[in-house]
Design a protein around this ligand. Sequence first.
Ligand code: ASP
Ligand code: MG
Length: 409
Amino acid sequence: MRILVQKFGGTSVANLECMKKVRGKVLAGLEKGYKMVVVLSARSGETNRLLALADEWSASPDPAECDSLVSTGEQASIALFTMLLKDSGVKARSLLGFQIPIITDSDFGKARILSIDSAGLMKLLEEYDVLVVAGFQGCTEDRRITTLGRGGSDTSAVAVAAALGSVECEIYTDVDGVYTTDPNLCSTARKMDRVSYDEMLEMASMGAKVLHIRSVEFAKKYKVPVHVRSTFTDNPGTLVTQEDSTMEAVLVSGIAYDKDQARVTMHGLPDQPGIAASIFGPLSEQGVLVDMIVQNSSLDGNTADITFTVSRKELKKALEICEDIRKNIGATEVRHDAGVAKVSAIGVGMRNHSGVAARAFAALQAEGINILMISTSEIKITILIQEKYVELAVRILHDTFGLDWDIGM
Ligand code: ASP
Ligand code: MG
């Protein structure tokens, strides 16, 4: 049995007209001889509407009931779409997470998938040509409904694809693929034909919103090729897949950025063992996610400065915690800057080529952009700059690493 999993996002199932386009994609899969599993999101705006309702009804909505409520968005989508398929004479049925079941842990609102009854799905596929599955949801062992976190339908789809051995997982959306950078910021951004799992993970974590990050982790773990493409065209999209030698030949494959950054510096810390732990311990205990970290020692070797970045939403909390720590360990001062942003150049080619950082720094220098912090990983260089330079920096780096459209000049 050849199985193809297709997932359609909220804008693809927004109304009857859009759903007819979705039906076209599903029928095309059937014509190619596949048994189809179609994972749907809630219609666009629906999840937000339901979450707002919960907040209206309750001062602190019960997490389990909240999941029970928001999961109904997907329930409506799958029922409506299955009706449409049946009207076209297709043997189809809808399935909610708990009917399959897709078993998750009990972390309501951001549950993780533990198992999927693939044998049950295979059996149903003998009877039906299309199974229409609700994305974003699962249930605990004791059958409480859970959801997987915002954007989680991608993860449902990839997990089902992995469980069923689907040839690939097609993720249909309202853009035609993954771009070398944000096309709204840089008009020369190009759609990528292929991108590796690791590059996609770095891009997603930098706020490239195309795919739910956990879906990429799943795809990488189970080696499921993910094809991101548009519901509204027939163009090939971007294949997110395993790395190969042609990908390594490209130095930088994308430029990502994140404006949701704030910088905190603790000055004049005693330079002795345990100081970093005494700062980052309390921050993590109170749920503050820290991103870049840099420590510098003073010339006399007695004191150190530690600078780190957090999301702007968490700046206030981070400052309060740091102020307490400052008093306890006797640092001189805590400073902050909420007007910073990070820009990253990402590419698996960096594993085998040197000089990428130097080229990036030189390009920024030529535009008079001051670098505030730098961090690197095997396939990424991240630079913290003033937020007002983000657009310029993205364009400069995009051009420097040859990612611009070939405009024939
Ligand atoms: N409907 C959910 C959300 O809006 C899940 C998804 O669309 O992927 O976040
Ligand atoms: Mg999405």
